[in-house]
Ligand binder design. Structure first.
Ligand SMILES: C[S@@+](CC[C@H](N)C(=O)[O-])C[C@H]1O[C@@H](n2cnc3c(N)ncnc32)[C@H](O)[C@@H]1O
Length: 403
C-alpha cells in the first residue's frame, strides 16, 4: 500500500468523493472492513472513533479525516492509517506466563509492561504532567533544541517510535522535518497499549494531512520484526524507558533495534541520568499520589485478566533509589500477611507482612555507563544532546559499530 505514492488533489476534499468512499468501504454495522486474516486488518475509515475490530472483537480507536484522505494514481482514496494487532490473542497467555514466573520467584515481581492498560496509560500521562516528574519536561526541551539536526539528517522515510505514550515527542520531530504536513513520512508507533497507540496517532493524523501511519500494537521486545524493511528509518525510544530493562535485557532490546536498522539509519534514545537522590525519589513519590495509583493499577490488571483477588488497598506503594545498582526500584508492599488466589493459574500466593512485589526498575545513567551500554550492543553514539545539568540526555546512535 505504501509503495503507491499517493498525491492528494483537490478532489480529495469533495463531499462526493467522501460519500463514495463511505459507501464502498464501510459496512452497514459500522464495523471495520476486515482484511481477512487474523491480527492484520485495515483500520482506516472516514472520520475517527472507536470501532470493534471484526476479527478480535476488541475495540480499536482509529483516526483519519476523510476530507484530507489521500488519492492514489487512479483517483481512489487511500487510507492514511493502518493498524496491526500482534497482541490481541497472546496478551493473556503472556500475562499468565509472566505472573506464574513472577509470583513463584524469591523476589515476587510483575513486569512493568502490564502497567499500561487504558487506565494505566492515562495515569502515566498524568504522571508526565506532575511537578515532581522532571523527565518529560526536560526531554521535551532537549528535543526542541535537537529536532532540527535530527530531522535534517533523516529527511523522510519511516519514523518508528517505540512505546510512544503520547504524540508530543513525535510531533516535535515532524514539525522539524524538511517537508511540511508530514509529507514523505510514515509514522510507525509500536506499543502494547492500544489506547496509548490511538492517542498518539489520532492527533498526528489530524495535524499532518500528508502523514501516513502504520500502528503496531505489539511488544517492542519481541515484535520489531513486523516493522517493514524498506527505505530510511529513524527509530526513537523516549521517556527513559530503556532504563526499565536490566543490562542483559537492554542489550537484547538494543540489538533487536539494530537488527531493523540500515547502515544510515539512526536510533534516538532518551536516558534519565544520575542526579541528586531527593530529586530522583520525589519523581516516583509525588505528593498527589498519582504514581502510587499507577503502581497499584497493575494489580487491577491481573485481577481482571486472570480472575485474581488482589486487594490493591492492602498494598502500599514504595519507590526508592538503589545506589549500588543506580536505579529506582518500585515495589508494592503487603501491609499484612495474606493469601491471594489466581484462578486462571490454579495458584494461591502467600504474602508475609512487608513482603514486596517488584513492579519496575528505572535505571539512571552517566555518560560513561550509557556509552558502555551502547557499545556492548555494537551501537555507536553519533550525537549527544543534553540539558546544562545533564539530568536527561538524548543519544543518537547508529549501528556503525556492528559493521
Ligand atoms: C514509560 S512510558 C513512556 C511513554 C513516552 N514514550 C514518553 O516518553 O513519555 C512507556 C510506554 O511504552 C509502552 N510499553 C511498555 N512496555 C512495552 C512493551 N514491552 N512493548 C511495547 N510497548 C511497551 C507503554 O504502553 C507506554 O506507552
Amino acid at each position: 500500500m505504501w509503495s503507491d505514492t499517493p498525491r492528494p488533489t483537490a478532489a480529495s476534499t469533495s463531499p462526493w468523493c467522501a460519500l463514495r468512499w463511505r459507501r464502498s468501504n464501510r459496512r452497514n454495522d459500522g464495523h471495520l472492513p476486515a482484511s481477512g486474516y487474523e491480527n492484520n486488518y485495515v483500520a482506516s475509515t472516514p472520520g475517527s472513533g472507536r470501532f470493534n475490530c471484526p476479527v478480535t472483537g476488541r475495540y480499536l480507536y482509529v483516526g483519519g479525516d476523510l476530507s484530507r484522505a489521500m488519492l492514489n494514481r487512479t483517483g481512489n482514496p487511500v487510507p492514511r492509517s493502518e493498524f496491526r494487532n500482534y497482541l490481541s490473542s497472546g496478551y493473556r497467555d503472556d500475562l499468565a506466563r509472566d505472573i506464574l514466573a513472577g509470583m513463584t520467584a524469591e523476589q515476587k515481581c510483575i513486569p512493568s509492561r502490564y502497567f499500561y492498560d487504558a487506565r494505566g496509560s492515562q495515569l502515566f500521562e498524568e504522571i508526565c504532567r506532575l511537578p515532581e516528574y522532571y523527565q518529560t519536561r526536560l526531554e521535551l526541551s532537549i528535543l526542541h533544541g535537537a529536532c532540527g539536526a535530527i530531522m535534517e539528517s533523516f529527511g523522510k522515510g519511516d519514523l518508528v517510535e517505540l512505546g510512544p505514550g503520547t504524540d508530543l515527542k513525535a510531533s516535535k520531530l515532524i514539525d522539524a522535518a524538511p517537508e511540511p504536513e508530514g509529507e514523505g513520512i510514515c509514522y510507525i508507533p509500536v506499543d502494547v497499549s492500544e489506547s496509548a497507540l490511538a492517542a498518539a496517532t489520532e492527533g498526528l493524523l489530524r495535524r499532518y494531512p500528508r502523514l501516513r501511519v502504520l500502528g503496531i500494537v505489539g511488544d517492542f521486545t519481541r515484535d520489531l520484526g513486523y516493522i517493514p524493511a524498506r527505505g530510511k528509518k529513524l527509530v526513537t525510544f523516549f521517556g527513559g524507558t530503556i532504563g526499565n530493562f536490566t543490562d542483559p535485557a537492554a542489550q537484547r532490546m538494543l540489538r533487536s533495534v539494530a537488527g531493523v536498522m540500515g547502515e544510515d539509519d539512526r536510533f534516538v534514545v532518551g536516558l534519565d541520568m544520575v542526579k541528586p537522590v531527593p530529586v530522583l525519589e520525589a519523581a516516583y513519590n509525588d505528593a498527589a499520589g498519582v504514581t502510587a495509583a499507577f503502581n497499584k493499577n497493575i494489580l487491577a490488571v491481573v485481577n481482571r485478566e486472570l480472575g485474581a483477588d488482589f486487594d490493591p488497598g492492602r498494598f502500599e506503594h514504595r519507590a526508592g533509589f538503589n545506589r549500588d545498582e543506580e536505579r529506582i526500584e518500585m515495589h508494592l508492599v503487603a501491609s499484612a500477611a495474606m493469601a491471594v488466589g489466581i484462578p486462571a493459574l490454579d495458584l494461591h500466593v502467600a504474602f508475609e507482612r512487608g513482603e514486596t512485589i517488584l513492579t519496575e526498575i528505572s535505571r539512571k545513567f552517566t555518560r560513561e555507563s550509557a556509552g558502555r551500554l551502547f557499545s556492548a550492543a555494537g551501537l555507536t553514539v553519533e550525537r549527544w544532546f543534553s540539558d546544562p545539568k545533564e539530568w536527561f540526555a538524548l543519544a543518537e546512535v547508529s549501528r556503525a559499530g556492528l559493521g
